[in-house]
Design a protein around this ligand. Structure first.
Ligand code: ZN
Length: 438
């Protein structure tokens, strides 16, 4: 895009400062020097010193990816298996400059050419410039890129249209690739930047510092943990007020529990608790408070589900089950007490479903006209849930925790059929005739 606005024309007209010798030297530093190995010879790609290596039976033949010190130049080499005469690798590095009101990040690409018999040579190319200011936010200059996001190296730096810019392809680098000899000035200083990037990439950091006032607040409060956390996320939390309160109250949260704490705040909000009260916000034990809130929330959800069922369905179920009120099914066998207990209300059915972690409630068996629901207890603990069809006089299903079978299946079956008549008799219509003559 050609510069159109006054600002763009102004930016394009600047003559950029030339890199000094020290800066250039830094640009050419790669994380390690290369050495290559073919069979028993290691070649230093820096000074081309050749060394014979001996290896023993059982030892790895190649030293590829290992560190080796060149006896010629003394440099630490990373060994690559090089058979080509010509190799290229590259590195991106950045500089921070101040030009008028702008903070400018300049990105360079350094190509290194080396090979079997070649002393390395370099090519340095400026590939992007990011111009930041509080007023104008961001202007990007970049070489042209193809559809894969690769630079076209014979193009020139030109203004990019940000509304159509693919930020995915933005050249951004971790802080260790920024030239360390810069000073903190301009809005970076005003907003509390302290040369720490909190694991954010460089350009991303400056962009968020301009656009999100919360970052400035955290920087000035030295809230390192929160900064690291928010730079990992793509945006600041809606609970920033609570973060500020935590800072004010010097509430100490472990890094490993931050996520849990925000989850907890989310639940407090759903439970309609006071989100400004230190009593709720700053529990001594986050994990415990989190689990407690989760339970309360599950209970609230359960009540909501229950409230969705129409009243006449509740009444119909309760009336049906109430007919079993005079029935007692309890037996002691070999020291164990077995009991079959009706689930009197739909709420009981729901509780059973929660405890047993199965879908007796969600499946809506309570709506079926002839279904009777029971729980089967062993020594007072629910072991299985039972559905009996009173019209067919049959045991339709019985399931334990998580719909699994339990070892009590045979006893349960035997007891259900033993008492089937007693159960069904509760529903026998007493004929009017009989009543009159009784
Ligand atoms: Zn060497």
């Amino acid at each position: 895009m050609k510069p159109r606005t006054k600002l763009e024309k102004r930016i394009m007209a600047y003559e950029m400062p030339k890199l000094n010798e020290k800066e250039k030297e830094w640009l050419l530093q790669f994380p390690y020097y290369q050495g290559s190995q073919s069979h028993k010879t290691i070649t230093c790609q820096e000074c081309l010193t050749k060394t014979k290596v001996s290896y023993y039976y059982g030892q790895s033949k190649f030293l590829v990816d290992q560190i080796y010190f060149c006896p010629g130049c003394g440099k630490e080499l990373k060994i690559e298996h090089v058979s080509n005469a010509f190799i290229t690798c590259y590195l991106n590095k950045a500089f921070l400059h101040y030009i008028d009101e702008f903070v400018v990040l300049r990105f360079f690409r350094v190509h290194k050419y080396y090979g079997k018999e070649r002393i390395p040579t370099f090519n340095i190319l400026e590939v992007e410039q990011h111009w930041y200011s509080l007023k104008n936010r961001l202007v990007i200059l970049s070489l042209s890129k193809n559809c894969f996001g690769n630079y076209t190296f014979d193009s020139k730096l030109s203004i990019k249209n940000l509304s159509r810019y693919n930020f995915y392809y933005l050249n951004d680098l971790p802080a260790e690739y920024l030239y360390p000899g810069y000073t903190v000035k301009s809005f970076l200083k005003q907003r509390g930047f302290n040369k720490k990037f909190y694991e954010s990439k460089i350009s991303n950091f400056v962009r968020r510092l301009i656009n999100e006032w919360q970052i400035e607040v955290l920087l000035k409060n030295k809230a390192h943990l929160f900064l690291k956390y928010f730079f990992k996320k793509s945006s600041i939390t809606p609970f920033f007020r609570q973060v500020q309160l935590a800072i004010k109250h010097k509430y100490i949260i472990k890094e490993s529990e931050l996520e849990l704490w925000f989850d907890y705040l989310e639940m407090l909000k759903k439970l309609e608790k006071d989100l400004h009260s230190p009593k709720y916000l700053f529990p001594e034990n986050i994990k415990e408070a989190h689990d407690k809130a989760l339970k309360a929330l599950n209970k609230k959800d359960a009540e909501y589900e229950l409230s969705l069922i129409e009243d006449d369905i509740h009444i119909a179920y309760q009336t049906k089950m109430a007919k079993l009120k005079d029935l007692t099914i309890i037996e002691e066998r070999e020291g164990l007490v077995y009991q079959i207990l009706p689930l009197w209300t739909i709420k009981d059915v729901q509780q059973e479903g929660i405890i047993m972690d199965h879908c007796v409630f969600q499946s809506g068996y309570y709506k079926k006209k002839d279904s009777l629901l029971f729980t089967f207890l062993v020594n007072g603990t629910s072991m299985e849930t039972i559905e009996v069809d009173k019209a067919k006089r049959s045991l339709l299903q019985h399931h334990g925790y998580d719909n699994k079978d339990t070892p009590f299946g045979p006893v349960l079956k035997e007891m259900v059929y033993k008492y089937m008549d007693a159960i069904c008799n509760c529903f026998k219509k007493v004929s009017k005739k009989k009543k009159v003559f009784a």
